[in-house]
Write a protein that binds this ligand. Structure first.
Ligand SMILES: *[C@@H]1O[C@H](CO)[C@@H](O)[C@H](O)[C@H]1NC(C)=O
Ligand SMILES: *[C@@H]1O[C@H](CO)[C@@H](O)[C@H](O)[C@H]1NC(C)=O
Ligand SMILES: *[C@@H]1O[C@H](CO)[C@@H](O)[C@H](O)[C@H]1NC(C)=O
Ligand SMILES: *[C@@H]1O[C@H](CO)[C@@H](O)[C@H](O)[C@H]1NC(C)=O
Length: 293
């Protein structure tokens, strides 16, 4: 009997390894979920198969000894303990390999950090109520989130790095991400991102005309992108509105994103994928781009 011809197996093996590397290059889509009750459940969101990261938004009040407030719009009412059922959704998302983070801040709210002590207190609260710690009043129930997103758009830029560092000190497996505006450096998150400890930075290339894509012209976007990828940010995502209604400018039609913009940003070794604001506005956008992200 003839032995296997290794010269025939080798090309197949190389092809297989190539496919494996390509499938596991790690880039993907992150989406904000939580600010509109009509955007579908968290479980539906994960079941689309379009997202690798879901950012539950927002914890709108915290810091300076304020009682933290989670706001999930029409989804459920945390003040009457009405959101603990999300634990099942969170676990099912995680079982599909999706990373689920709690997002702090947002465009409106009452949040601040006034000292390193304050940052440590907020870190303890987050650890006990959303991460691996323990509390008998966990707003999202027993599910352990993968980490914390910083969508800090108000107030000073102090102590956010302390908060991130304090979270990592509970466990290095706690992920921290940041959502700065595209003009570099960011007014609220620059000091924090400069620590180099953020795992993901999803830059908002919208609501900021000076760094948006417009009229088929990506000059301003690419120049801001290059500043971000030259910064201490480790993995950078292109944050985009999921529809024209989702922001004041910055929307990029899927075909233009794929043919013109992605090739100008995805060559960077820090490219992580695309972030979308938000699930509510994502009516076909993620489906149209996911195979190219
Ligand atoms: C924010 O919180 C502070 C301290 O609790 C309070 O004095 C202030 O009225 C709050 N502002 C808003 C807009 O809720
Ligand atoms: C976290 O731990 C590191 C190393 O021990 C320490 O330098 C840093 O100050 C800690 N951060 C906080 C906020 O406690
Ligand atoms: C694109 O935008 C840049 C920056 O605003 C401008 O300098 C350039 O002329 C534009 N390119 C075209 C082809 O319009
Ligand atoms: C960059 O994006 C283009 C368009 O989607 C794609 O053809 C190309 O393979 C991507 N390159 C990398 C390195 O991901």
């Amino acid at each position: 009997m003839k032995t296997h011809d290794s010269s025939a197996i080798l090309p197949i093996l190389i092809l297989f390894i190539f496919l494996l590397i390509n499938l596991s290059d790690g880039s993907g889509i992150a989406v904000y979920w939580g600010q509109n009750g009509n955007e579908g459940t968290l479980s539906d969101t994960c079941a689309t198969g379009n997202y690798q990261y879901v950012l539950i938004s927002f914890l709108t009040t915290f810091g300076n000894n304020q009682t933290p407030v989670l706001n999930l719009a029409g989804h459920c009412d945390p003040s009457s303990n009405g959101c603990t059922g999300l634990s099942t959704d969170i676990t099912s998302c995680q079982n599909q390999g999706i990373t689920v983070l709690l997002s702090l801040g947002g465009g409106s709210g009452n949040y601040t950090l006034v000292s390193t002590d304050d940052a440590n207190q907020v870190a303890a609260y987050l650890w006990n109520n959303y991460l691996g710690g323990q509390s008998d009043s966990r707003p999202l129930g027993s599910a352990v989130l993968d980490g914390i997103d910083f969508d800090i758009e108000l107030g000073s830029d102090n102590y956010w790095g302390d908060l991130a560092s304090a979270l990592k000190n509970y466990s290095q497996s706690v992920l921290v991400s940041a959502a700065p505006q595209c003009p570099y450096p960011d007014a609220h998150l620059d000091l924090a991102i400069a620590t180099g400890i953020f795992d993901y930075v999803w830059v908002q290339f919208y609501n900021n005309e000076q760094c948006e894509y417009a009229n088929n012209n990506d000059t301003n976007l690419v120049s801001a992108w290059n500043q971000w990828t030259s910064s201490q940010a480790n993995v950078v995502f292109l944050g985009l509105p999921a529809s024209t209604d989702a922001a004041n400018g910055g929307y990029i039609p899927p075909d233009e994103l794929i043919s013109q913009v992605l090739p100008s940003v995805n060559a960077s070794s820090k490219y992580g994928g695309v972030m979308l604001w938000s699930k509510y506005y994502d009516n076909g956008y993620s489906s149209a781009i996911k195979d190219s992200v």
